[in-house]
Design a protein. Structure first.
Length: 262
C-alpha cells in the first residue's frame, strides 16, 4: 500500500460490484466500478435514478458489503473488515448526510448531534463541546435546545450536517442532501458542504442528479449509468470561474473513459 493511499480521506474502489438476487433475476446495482478520490477532493457522482450512485456511496460508507472487488479507504479494504471494524470506521472516519434528515424527533438538536459520539464512547464533556461547535458551524448555535419539529427543512438538514461533522471525520458523504429542499435553501446547504471541504480539508463525495449543482461546487464530475462509470470530467467550480472573471457557465461536456465526448 502506498503512502498516498493511506492518507486520511483517500478512497479507491477496484472493480467493485454489488449484485442483488431477485427471484431469477440479478440486479447489478454496482457493476465493476474502479474509482479513485484523492484526500481533500470534492467529487460529484451524477446519474439518473437507478444508476448505482447511492449504492456505491453505501459501499464507501461501510453501510453495505460488496459482492466482489475492493473498497479501500485510508489504506484499509472495507470488504475485508469485520462488522466491529466497520462499525468503528463509520463512527470515527466517515460522516454521512442523507436526503432524509433522520433526526430523532424527541431529542433536542444538541442531543441529536451528540448521539453518534455516545456510540463512539466519547467523554461526555467533550461530546457536548463538539456538538455545540458543530451546530455553531452550521449556523444553529441559537437553536441547541429546539427539537426537529420546531425547525424548517433547511434547518433540519443543517442539524443533520452538524451531526455528520461532530466526530470530525476525514470523509464526508452526502446523498442527495438538497432533494427535500427548495433551491435557495439547497444552495445554502451546498455552501456549507463546500466550506467543510475547503476549510476543514474533508474529502467530499456528493451524490446528485442535478448537474448544475455539481458544476457549481465539485472539482470533478463522475457519471454513472447501469451500475458503471460511463464518463468523468474535471471541473472548475462556478464560484472559482466567476472569481476569475469567467462566465460561470459549465465546462466542456463529460468524457467517456476513453476520452471521447459523449
Amino acid at each position: 500500500m502506498t503512502e498516498k493511499s493511506r492518507r486520511a480521506g483517500t478512497i479507491r474502489t477496484e472493480a467493485v460490484c454489488r449484485h442483488y438476487q431477485m427471484g431469477d433475476a440479478v440486479i447489478r446495482a454496482v457493476d465493476g466500478i474502479s474509482l479513485e478520490v484523492g484526500a481533500g477532493e470534492f467529487v460529484a457522482l451524477l446519474g439518473s435514478s437507478g444508476s448505482g450512485k447511492s449504492s456505491l456511496l453505501n459501499l464507501i460508507a461501510g453501510l453495505d458489503r460488496p459482492t466482489s472487488g475492493a473498497v479501500i479507504v485510508n489504506g484499509d479494504n472495507l470488504a475485508e473488515m469485520s462488522s466491529e471494524e466497520l462499525s468503528r470506521y463509520r463512527r470515527h472516519s466517515v460522516g454521512i448526510v442523507f436526503q432524509a434528515f433522520n433526526l430523532v424527533g424527541a431529542m433536542t438538536l444538541l442531543e441529536n448531534v451528540e448521539l453518534p459520539m455516545r456510540f463512539a464512547e466519547t467523554e461526555r464533556g467533550q461530546r457536548l463541546a463538539l456538538a455545540r461547535e458543530a451546530l455553531q458551524r452550521v449556523g444553529l448555535g441559537g437553536r441547541l435546545m429546539h427539537r426537529p419539529g420546531q425547525l424548517s427543512g433547511g434547518e433540519q438538514q443543517r442539524a443533520a450536517l452538524a451531526r455528520a461533522l461532530a466526530n470530525r471525520p476525514s470523509l464526508l458523504l452526502a446523498d442527495e442532501p438538497t432533494g427535500n429542499l427548495d433551491s435557495h435553501t439547497g444552495n445554502e446547504i451546498l455552501d456549507l458542504l463546500h466550506e467543510c471541504n475547503e476549510r476543514l480539508g474533508m474529502t467530499l463525495l456528493l451524490v446528485t442528479h442535478e448537474r448544475a449543482l455539481a458544476e457549481r461546487y465539485a472539482e470533478r464530475l463522475v457519471f454513472l449509468a447501469d451500475g458503471k462509470v460511463v464518463g468523468e470530467q474535471a471541473n472548475v467550480p462556478a464560484f472559482q470561474r466567476v472569481a476569475a472573471g469567467g462566465s460561470g457557465k459549465g465546462t466542456a461536456g463529460p468524457q467517456t473513459q476513453e476520452g471521447e465526448r459523449r
